[in-house]
Ligand binder design. Structure first.
Ligand SMILES: [Mn+2]
Length: 317
């Protein structure tokens, strides 16, 4: 393969040399180029012609491209402004263009919110207040990639459940006033996740809208039912037997879901069907929530691209 590519390339040299020499002669009134001026003129023209062919994509063979790129141009004498670096270089293929739009406004609690959206179902939110600094990137069409660091270890563990069981890509960075307690950081992470979900959903065309899942974790069994209706509502009846799991205050679980509900515009019901262990109850809740949300955000193949509402609109207003 390598040998063939080199042979294919070197075969082009005499061809170009001949063509370019003749054109040059005619333009100069059929004067034959002197042997002194031939190398620089012909080499420059050859390089430009070869480059044009490569750029226009006529040389599809990648191996051939790599031969040209790495070996052969460096041997050609060029004017300084056209010279390539002698170092081997890799071709950089342009990535598909992403479009960004930014919006700023007052968020929950009157705090500043910056939202960045890009083509696709991705929500990206930066939220900075005197209490916390939160960054969230959520991809609803992800692969379960989890990368969260919120300064609250148990919350990181729960966000990993959201990613892996929802098959979302969840990337969260947060710092906050945890020297007071975890309350503000827990709340603001949830608000930012809710906002990123709202952004990622867009006009909600073609989605299932409803999601329902019961997740067992050993003795615990938690049922989550949700509707991406645009209307914020939380019903929550977890009976978590201990005040803390690790250092995490178990009261913050309800507050976390209330905050997501408020910014995303979701109707969410969480029911505890069984459970005795606090860690199990909370983790089963996040797993059930992840699976229900995955179901609700996925596309309904029969709906095509219509909005799943008899009103024709799903919004927060
Ligand atoms: Mn666990």
């Amino acid at each position: 393969m390598k040998g063939e590519a080199v042979a294919g390339y070197t075969g082009l040299v005499p061809f170009f040399y001949g063509v370019i020499s003749r054109v040059r002669c005619r333009r100069r009134g059929f004067r034959k180029l002197s042997s002194a001026e031939q190398p620089s003129v012909v080499n420059r023209r050859f390089r430009i012609a070869a480059l044009a062919i490569i750029m226009s994509g006529k040389l599809k063979n990648k191996a051939l491209k790599s031969r040209v790129r790495f070996g052969d141009f460096s041997a050609i004498v060029l004017p300084k402004r056209l010279q390539f670096s002698k170092q081997p270089q890799k071709l950089r293929f342009m990535e598909a263009q992403k479009t960004f739009s930014c919006a700023s406004g007052a968020g929950e609690n009157g705090s500043p919110v910056t939202t960045i959206t890009e083509t696709g179902r991705i929500g990206e939110v930066k939220r900075v207040t005197k209490e916390t600094n939160v960054y969230v990137k959520l991809n609803l069409d992800g692969s379960g990639s989890a990368d969260s660091s919120t300064s609250i270890p148990f919350l990181d563990h729960m966000l990993d459940q959201l990613a892996s069981h929802g098959l979302f890509d969840v990337h969260v960075r947060a710092t906050g006033d945890i020297h007071i307690d975890d309350h503000h950081t827990n709340e603001d992470v949830a608000l930012a996740i809710g906002t990123s979900l709202l952004q990622a959903l867009g006009d909600r065309k073609g989605i299932n809208r409803f999601g329902d899942f019961s997740a067992p974790l050993d003795e615990a069994l938690i049922h989550v039912s949700l509707d991406l209706s645009g209307r914020p509502h939380l019903s929550y009846d977890l009976q978590i037997p201990t005040e803390r799991v690790g250092t995490y205050d178990t009261q913050l679980v309800e507050h976390f879901f209330q905050s997501i509900v408020n910014t995303s515009g979701m109707t969410l019901h969480i029911r505890q069907l069984a459970g005795k262990n606090s860690h199990h109850i909370i983790e089963a809740t996040f797993k059930a929530f992840a699976r229900a949300l995955r179901q609700a955000t996925e596309y309904d193949p029969r709906r095509r691209s219509s909005v799943p509402s008899s009103k024709g609109v799903l919004s927060r207003s």
